[in-house]
Design a protein around this ligand. Sequence first.
Ligand code: ZN
Length: 240
Amino acid sequence: MRFAIFSDIHANLEALEAVLADARENKCTDFVCLGDVVGYNANPHECVARVREMDCPIVKGNHDEQASLVESSRDFNEMAEAAIQWTRDHLSDADKEWLRALKLQRQVRDFTIVHATLDTPEQWGYVFNNLDAAASFTYQHTTVCFFGHTHVPMAFVRDDGVQRQRIDKLRIDPSKKYFINTGSVGQPRDSDWRAAYCIYHIEGAVVEQRRVKYDLATAQKKIIDAGLPRLLAERLAIGR
Ligand code: ZN
């Protein structure tokens, strides 16, 4: 059994299709989405439709939440807010209903999935350091939990203390706990423009980081043609 675990698509259809093709080539049998299907980029409806038809386990992200509200709750910066208002206008009522109904946290087989944190998932905090990760570990009852939200792939490992490490090909030791950020499909922020996701090889107990090139120029052109902030197109090229 091989899971493709992907997060933070952010309405980037070109990146999503490239990731799904790579997952199929790598013989993934199952798919899991960690939220933020929409926001920032130009294909929110198409990405919702694509993920919906996959009918895979999924949790809600903060952009999914904001896009499904009638009005914003002032949590977003100016650029994210401009994009989320545009997104609301480009989603159907059925899309919004589906986004609204997503759960904050789920268990899939023997692992957990959440968008932001396990300690207060509805507050959308960011896990960037060992202290943030330690708070989530307190509420983690499975060996492995996958999360998103920061758009920066990294693994936190709890043994005696908490350590941060690169994923690459991470072997899962059942005597430890792992809080793993798969990185972002549609708006990476670790200075690498390629779409990020992870493959979880269940039998081999290995989590593998994947990076996938996609049709960046088309994704950028759609953002500009849609009248979304130009910076949203520019940041994709530098992975920021
Ligand atoms: Zn996000």
